[in-house]
Design a protein around this ligand. Structure first.
Ligand SMILES: Nc1ncnc2c1ncn2[C@@H]1O[C@H](COP(=O)(O)OP(=O)(O)OP(=O)(O)O)[C@@H](O)[C@H]1O
Ligand SMILES: [Mg+2]
Length: 414
């Protein structure tokens, strides 16, 4: 169906952290967050987790204006580069982020008569800027945590008179934070200890950590009390209705200017092949839009070129991750991809058994364990604490959605 020629650009946004033209679903998760912001004493913080590309970053971005509207201050950043951050660096990170919102807060004003000048006074103002905060931090005796706690409590004392409910410390890609026993550096532990301690003293500073499914187990490994300290919200694929909205709303909302329309058949095909995963929806829709536009302009019928799009997705999204795996890791991943339950969860036992059947040099259980652990560090696998059967131990899942199907395509198994 052709309408008048529009000035309408392809609206879809496949890309890490790119806000989609329509953010579909996620109402329940947003409600959960809003509930947490109604706390006066912070008993629960939030972990927002899920597979690669499921929409954690963009959802986090929508929480910011919501928080500000509800009189919370919002600080934080992306921790992508923080793999080997030291305790001291973590403290500086927190102070840097904090100072962005506190730097205008006036804490004292002094009138000083200038010597040598009659009737001249200088007004010296102290504000909660980065220099002030770091000086306060450095002048406080004790270990990193003592210093940090003191500064955070001091900041809250200064903010109390303002109409603020509290502060949200929002950190994306937080799975990158690591304690490093070998270097005697425990930044993650310090972060958790500090917030737990100030929250007990009624300082309303809340942690909102976002990251891959390896994040929460990592927090609990660092401090067992993390289990009780966080409300874990696991973002899943979009359901059928929400997927439909993510596909159609960007173009139907602009029905007067948008030339492209997807037929019911195309929509169903996109839902099926994206698996409801937001990144794949954006990716397939963007490609399909570009193919549809000239065809519809020329008055021809268009359909979604699924094979071509899948091949492009393989190159753009999966190939880089696959290339980083070693040969032996790939052999293991190929076995996993062939398990019936590979898209859900699988155990070491499942892998060992199939490898005995399929391989000349099968994997031993201890070898599988070891390799799953390194694949987990590489962000391809995670130990599943949120599985269907609430199995706490021994079950694993792919951390990258639809990775199994990609592997089978590579091996020409499907
Ligand atoms: N609810 C949604 N509706 C439609 N599109 C979405 C939705 N959530 C995310 N997207 C799209 O999916 C893609 C991935 O989103 P985002 O970068 O937030 O995922 P992520 O979970 O943070 O990924 P990563 O694990 O790589 O950090 C983006 O292109 C975004 O526009
Ligand atoms: Mg992200």
């Amino acid at each position: 169906m052709i309408k008048e020629k529009p000035l309408f650009l392809n609206p879809y946004r496949p890309g890490a952290g790119h806000m989609p033209p329509h953010l579909a679903g996620r109402h329940k998760e947003t409600e959960e967050f809003i509930k947490l912001t109604s706390q006066t004493t912070i008993l629960e913080n939030m972990v927002l987790t899920g597979l690669r590309g499921v929409g954690k970053t963009v959802l986090l971005d929508t929480f910011k204006p919501l928080s500000i509207k509800n009189n919370w201050l919002w600080v934080g950043t992306d921790l992508s580069e923080s793999a080997s951050v030291s305790e001291e660096n973590l403290a500086i990170r927190l102070l840097t982020d904090l100072s962005v919102v506190t730097s205008n807060v006036l804490i004292s004003q002094e009138k000083i008569s200038k010597i040598g000048f009659i009737n001249t006074e200088e007004i010296i103002e102290k504000r909660l800027g980065f220099d002030f905060l770091t000086q306060l931090y450095q002048n406080t005796p004790g270990l990193v945590m003592d210093k940090l706690k003191y500064v955070l409590e001091f900041v809250w004392d200064c903010l109390q008179s303002q109409n603020i409910k509290g502060l949200i410390f929002a950190y994306d890609e937080a799975q990158n934070l690591s304690d490093q026993a070998a270097k005697e550096q425990y930044p993650l532990g310090i972060l958790l200890d500090t917030f737990q301690s100030i929250q007990k003293k009624d300082v309303p500073f809340m942690l909102l950590l976002t990251g891959l499914p390896t994040l929460f187990p990592k927090l609990v490994e660092s401090r067992t009390f993390a289990e009780r300290m966080f409300r874990v919200v696991f973002l899943k694929r979009l359901n059928e209705n929400d997927s439909r909205d993510a596909i159609l709303k960007p173009i139907t909302d602009q029905i007067n200017t948008c030339l492209v329309h997807f037929t019911e058949e195309s929509v169903n095909l996109i839902i099926k092949n994206s698996g409801g995963y937001p990144y794949f929806i954006q990716f397939i829709c963007k490609e399909a839009y570009d193919v549809f536009l000239p065809k519809l302009e020329a008055g021809e019928k268009a359909s979604v070129p699924l094979n071509e799009i899948t091949r492009k997705l393989d190159t753009d999204f999966f190939a880089g991750r696959w290339a980083r795996a070693t040969d032996r890791q790939r052999e293991l991943l190929i076995i996993i991809a062939q398990l019936d339950n590979s898209e859900e969860e699988f155990s070491v036992q499942d892998i060992v058994e199939l490898s005995k059947k399929d391989m000349k040099k099968p994997f031993s259980p201890s070898h599988v364990n070891q390799m799953l652990s390194s694949l987990s560090t590489a962000g391809l696998i995670y130990k599943n604490r949120f599985g269907k059967y609430k199995n706490r131990f021994g079950k694993y899942s792919f951390a990258v959605p639809l990775l199994g199907q990609f592997i089978l395509r590579q091996q020409k198994i499907i």
